[in-house]
Ligand binder design. Structure first.
Ligand code: FER
Length: 299
């Protein structure tokens, strides 16, 4: 690889990739449909005010959960893979907990949510305030291929994000439910993700309503299936979903993806949250979305 190309590829693995998606950053060439023009519609407004100050700060004097790095054997990928697992304060084998599967974006891996939002801090604070049900949060690696590091041209690894469906259903969930004190039915499993992970949550979740009842997509990426394929039978979605959450920043050049899903749901009367805040394709949107989504699941 030419040095410049290598440099550009390295940058993709980091936060800088995100700036490319914001339409105002037009100094960078637009790649693969990133950062298209944003056209806002009357529905595209916040469903919630921004989170209160300190929602994401570590607090002394409250109980803290645990974050651990766990490995599992993936039959579908053929490797030993890693995931971060949060267990809530006071986690005990004498109780059973619901589980949120939380998925990262194209430039990330199993550590990305931790870098962008510190879900353990958000959850500790929400649980201490009685605003969230104590839950296990699993942050797996959604790039289901042998080399699952975010390196090189990460956009070429998009097929591995589709392959993750098998890893999640056959390997990740069984590993979690055998090792942790987890409830193991659809009403106690939620899945949400940012960008590519948002697309995965919609694609996998909505097509496996037998496995998940709570689904969230934050700034869903173009890997999202067409809305009529995601929700071919609105009556089924309506009957089975406990929560369907869609959110996006109004400065996010990928907002057309979420708008399309929202319009299909609205036109077919499938209840859902549609929250458009003032952010772009960025960690502020993802952290805020997790804060609100986590308060609405398993309740
Ligand atoms: C694309 C633009 C963005 C795409 C994926 C993304 C697969 C993902 C962005 C992210 O995860 O942040 O065209 O195609």
């Amino acid at each position: 690889m030419a040095p410049l190309k290598r440099q550009v590829a390295a940058v993709l693995g980091g936060l800088l990739v995100l700036a490319w998606f914001a339409p105002e950053c037009s100094a960078q060439p637009r790649k693969r449909g990133l950062g298209g023009p944003v056209v806002l519609h009357p529905d595209d407004v916040p469903a919630f005010p921004d989170p209160p100050a300190g929602f994401d700060a570590v607090r002394d004097g409250i109980p803290h959960g645990r974050l651990e790095l766990v490995t599992y054997e993936s039959k579908s990928v053929g490797t030993t893979r890693k995931m971060q697992v949060y267990t809530p304060p006071g986690y005990s084998k004498d109780k059973k907990y619901p589980v949120l599967y939380l998925l990262h974006g194209i430039g990330g891996d199993e550590t990305e949510w931790q870098r962008f939002a510190r879900p353990n801090v958000l959850m500790d604070n929400l649980i201490a305030e009685g605003k969230a049900t104590p839950m296990i949060v699993v942050m797996p690696n959604g790039r289901a291929q042998k080399n699952d590091r975010a390196e090189g041209d990460v956009f070429r690894t998009a097929p591995a994000f589709a392959a993750f469906e098998q890893d999640l259903l056959r390997d990740v969930i069984p590993a979690i439910e055998s090792r942790y004190s987890a409830e193991a039915d659809r009403e106690h499993r939620a899945m949400a993700g940012l960008s590519m992970g948002g697309g995965q949550a919609l694609n996998v979740g909505l097509r496996h309503l037998d496995t998940f009842a709570w689904i969230g997509a934050f700034s869903a990426a173009p890997n999202t299936m067409p809305p009529h394929e995601l929700v071919p039978d609105p009556a089924v979605a309506k009957a089975r979903l406990k929560l369907l959450w869609l959110s996006c920043g109004k400065k996010d050049g990928l907002i057309r993806i979420s708008q399309g899903v929202h319009a299909h749901l609205r036109d077919n009367h499938v209840p859902h949250v549609w929250h458009v805040d003032g952010n772009g394709h960025d960690p502020a949107h993802w952290k805020n979305s997790l804060y609100f989504f986590a308060q609405r699941i398993f309740r």
